[in-house]
Design a protein around this ligand. Structure first.
Ligand code: ZN
Length: 401
């Protein structure tokens, strides 16, 4: 969808919209031939399906398995293929780090090099996260980049985040990771003139890091990749002239929401705390994105039964959410995470929209099989969801005379 067009059509409205995303919602049949959602007893979701209009959406393109970042961008109306986030920026978002567009972020690996400086293990024997944190401390204390500030943060195991903060930094740099063992790390290379200063700063960082880590075992060197800066995109509050809020406990979702201009509501704890925060923020915003994470984790663990139970738990909380009285309510997921696959998948995701002017369909059960028969269609691009929610909220005026 064209965000410029939607911006031209946007008009003010008093209506409140709530987009509720259960991460990894879609599933596949288990041993009893029913999906997680079909197996779960979800009377409240089924009532919604009966009152609303249902369908299935695909996040990036048919057959493409999305990560949660791109999948959420799609839900927010940003074509993930066009609005591409660099891997360094995604890593920063994942740690909850707020970036300025002038910063350059990169993903780092601690690695092992041999006496000749050739990479012997790209992951330094998968050192534990605590060791990674200790090494990050060493680099923070031992490296000085002059006018350029830097932030270094452990991520998981051998992975870390590096953010350069200064003036005149461009993000267009080749990786220093040679992607194979037996080769020396690559020298940082600028892909354009604007990034030449960054290449020099990164070369300085790598050289100092090697010196600081020389006596460490097994992690005695760093590899960097995915150099990128925070993109400057049209922002949701501007596109639709509305106050938008993210209610999510996980850093990654807060980061993606920040990228599209949402206010991020303070939440600590689990889903019940998210609901407390949602209720507290209700009067201050027009659009809410509410996120539930555990369904995805259960799918990735291959725990069919747990995913089913979690869906039932969420169902029991739906009346509390709906008692806020959203004018437009959307129940969906960002992608499928079938427990039988133990991973994200490309399968389209159930969605239901309830609002005063929805055209009802014959769907009365909220499930993959039933939603395929719904009025929204069995396979629409997720980027088409947001404009429909906005239309239902009265936020889009007529196109043409
Ligand atoms: Zn996800």
């Amino acid at each position: 969808m064209d965000l410029d067009l939607l911006h031209r059509l946007a008009q003010p409205s008093q209506a409140k919209t709530l987009l509720f995303v259960m991460d990894g919602l879609g599933g596949l049949p288990g041993s009893n031939r029913m999906t997680e959602l079909e197996e779960a007893a979800t009377p409240n979701m089924d009532r919604l399906a009966a009152e609303g209009v249902c369908g299935l959406h695909s996040a990036v393109a048919p057959g493409v398995t999305p990560g949660s970042g791109p999948a959420h961008l799609g839900l927010f109306g940003y074509d993930p293929l066009r609005y591409d986030v660099g891997r360094g920026v995604l890593a920063a978002l994942g740690t909850g780090e707020a970036l300025s567009p002038a910063d350059v972020a990169a993903r780092g690996n601690f690695c092992t090099v041999d006496a000749e400086g050739r990479v012997a293990d790209r992951r330094a024997g998968r050192i534990p996260t605590e060791e990674c944190a200790r090494l990050c401390d060493l680099l923070r204390d031992g490296v000085d980049l002059g006018d350029t500030d830097f932030l270094i943060k452990p991520v998981k195991e051998y992975r870390f985040l590096l953010v350069l903060k200064g003036t005149g930094l461009g993000p267009d740099l080749d990786d220093t990771d040679p992607q194979e063992t037996g080769r020396e790390p690559l020298a940082p290379r600028a892909l354009n003139k604007d990034s030449e200063h960054t290449a020099a700063v990164v070369a300085d960082f790598v050289e100092q890091a090697q010196r600081v880590l020389a006596d460490q075992d097994p992690a005695n060197m760093v590899l960097l990749r995915g150099f990128s800066s925070k993109p400057e995109w049209p922002l949701l509050p501007d596109v639709y002239s509305m106050r938008a809020a993210c209610v999510a406990a996980y850093p990654m979702y807060r980061g993606v929401s920040r990228l599209v201009g949402m206010d991020v509501v303070d939440v600590e704890g689990g889903f019940e705390q998210e609901l407390d925060a949602l209720e507290a923020a209700w009067n201050d915003h027009d659009f809410f994105f509410l996120h539930y994470k555990k369904t995805d984790s259960a799918g990735e663990d291959g725990d069919f039964q747990r995913k089913t139970s979690l869906l039932e738990e969420v169902d029991a909380l739906l009346p509390r959410i709906l008692s806020l009285g959203p004018d437009v309510f959307c129940l969906t997921g960002d992608h499928s995470t079938p427990a039988v696959m133990r991973s994200h998948s490309w399968h389209p995701v159930p969605v239901c929209i309830r609002g005063r002017h929805v055209r009802p369909d014959r769907v009365t059960v909220f499930s993959e099989r039933d939603c395929a028969l719904g009025g929204l269609g069995p396979h629409f691009p997720s980027t088409q969801l947001m404009p429909q929610l906005m239309a239902h909220a009265g936020r889009l005026r007529k196109f043409g005379a």
